[in-house]
Design a protein around this ligand. Structure first.
Ligand code: FAD
Ligand code: PYC
Length: 413
């Protein structure tokens, strides 16, 4: 063990600064209460303080910071979406991501890798062309590439996929990246804390007080808080919180599973997604293959893992990469994905005055952490939806004006 680490472990002074202040006493009143200490809740707190000077804010987290989907995701960041509104929104997030390590003075291990969405069918090729055109029109680096290009970039791949589902081409998105997910939550948490935001872990919201259609306060496992503004950023727990204020959304909760292999020699420096084979993979800096698939095909509010998932995923991985047949899966886990019918989030004001929603992040919300924080803080501070999130308003479902991002979801669902 290095001497420095040993000295640190034995020291009573803990000379390294803590990420954020542990507080034991909840205040009686706050200007804004944020429910959920995942990346989104913490990013909103950070930008409320940094961009709007609103610091009388608390973030309430029922478990520990980043322990929800933020710490369970496979960290893919990209902006190759299908709708012009989606592309503009996620592109803003990528721009924020690029400067975030410097902004936080914390290394997020943001690593641009390039991102392939493989097409195995004519209809998938059509969707890739459509996405490439929308992307290019908005200045995003995406292009349809053929088999030769894929073979050159990933020579280890069997383009015939063991004869099951030959690859015809792909959408190649050069800015596709990965980042250290917990560090994103910690960076936002530390930045918010440094600016005066109070963060409480092990503090559960148990009720929301609404009078005459307006938010009055929040009940928690540590007592009551008076407030006129509440931001709900709880991903897989959204239906429980919206029920507290009597709002209905079309969100359903489906588990999304992932797994990693033992570390192996580096061979994959890009991100590969196959919609048809329902599998995606990247290689971490430690050498593990980080892999995932579609959501489980049923609604259940649970983070249990299944053997079904691992078997299905490994079979499809071997279709593409037969040489991995002796590689061991080390760990698997699941998160609760808050899925919407159009694969787009639900953001902004709601029919309850002072109750704001940041949800419907399903399988796609990690990459949106910075932009959701930026736009939701604007929305809460000014009580007006930020222009970038108009397309994601809750009322779109009643208006039958859906956003239509299914074709840009990571894997087929
Ligand atoms: P969370 O991180 O889940 O935070 C919500 C927090 O609210 C939780 O910590 C929870 O404990 C807390 N909470 C809930 N109820 C209460 C309460 N009553 N009181 C107080 N606190 C409460 N997205 C991508 O862009 N790229 C990917 O590669 C990707 N891969 C994924 C892989 C997997 C396996 C999973 C599960 C998701 C993936 N996602 C991905 C989606 C992404 O992880 C989520 O959309 C995103 O992390 C949501 O962040 P959040 O802050 O909204 O939610
Ligand atoms: O949104 O890119 C994505 C993604 C990949 C895996 C899960 N979500």
């Amino acid at each position: 063990m290095p001497l420095r680490l040993l000295r640190f472990a034995l020291s009573r002074r803990h000379p390294e600064p803590r990420m954020f202040t542990e507080r034991d006493k909840l205040g009686k009143t706050y200007d804004v209460v944020i429910i959920g200490g995942g990346g989104h809740g913490l990013a909103a707190a950070y930008y409320l303080a940094k961009n709007h000077g609103i610091t009388n804010v608390c973030v309430l987290e029922k478990n520990y910071l980043g322990g929800g989907n933020t710490g369970r995701n496979t960290t893919i960041v990209r902006s190759n979406y299908l709708t012009p509104e989606g592309v503009a929104f996620y592109d803003r997030s990528l721009k924020l991501f690029e400067d975030l390590s410097q902004d936080f003075d914390l290394n997020l291990f943001y690593s641009t890798r390039g991102h392939f969405t493989l097409a195995h069918t004519d209809s998938a090729m059509r969707t890739m062309r459509w996405r490439a055109e929308v992307n290019k029109h908005l200045g995003i680096e995406s292009e349809v590439v053929g088999r030769d290009f894929i073979k050159r970039m990933v020579p280890e791949m069997d383009l015939e996929c063991s004869g099951h589902s030959p690859i015809q081409g792909a959408l190649y998105h050069k800015p596709g990246a990965v980042a250290r997910h917990d560090a994103v939550a910690w960076g936002y948490g530390r930045g918010a804390d440094m600016r005066g935001v109070e963060i409480f872990q092990k503090t559960e919201v148990t009720g929301i007080d609404v009078e005459n259609g307006k938010v009055k306060g929040v009940g928690t496992s540590r007592g009551y808080i008076s407030t006129r503004k509440v931001l709900c950023a709880v991903a897989g727990s959204t239906p429980r919180i919206t029920k507290m204020v009597g709002i209905r959304t079309p969100i359903v909760i489906q588990p999304l599973q992932a797994c990693v292999t033992e570390p192996i020699k580096p061979w994959l420096d890009t991100i590969i997604v196959s919609g048809s084979l329902h599998v995606y993979v990247s290689q971490s800096d430690r050498g593990e293959l980080v892999m995932g698939a579609s959501v489980d095909p049923y609604e259940i509010h649970s983070t249990r893992s299944t053997l079904d998932f691992t078997e299905g995923l490994c079979a499809h991985m071997l279709d593409m990469f037969p040489f991995l047949s002796n590689t061991k899966v080390n760990r698997q886990w699941a998160g609760m994905a808050d899925m919407t019918p159009d694969f787009a989030p639900i953001m902004g004001k709601t029919p309850i005055e002072g109750f704001y929603i940041d949800a419907g992040w399903g399988t796609w919300g990690f990459k949106a952490t910075p932009v959701s924080g930026e736009t939701m803080s604007h929305t809460v501070a000014n009580d007006v939806d930020h222009e970038l999130i108009h397309t994601f308003r809750l009322s779109r479902f009643k208006e039958l004006d859906l956003t239509g991002e299914k074709g840009a979801a990571s894997v087929g669902h």
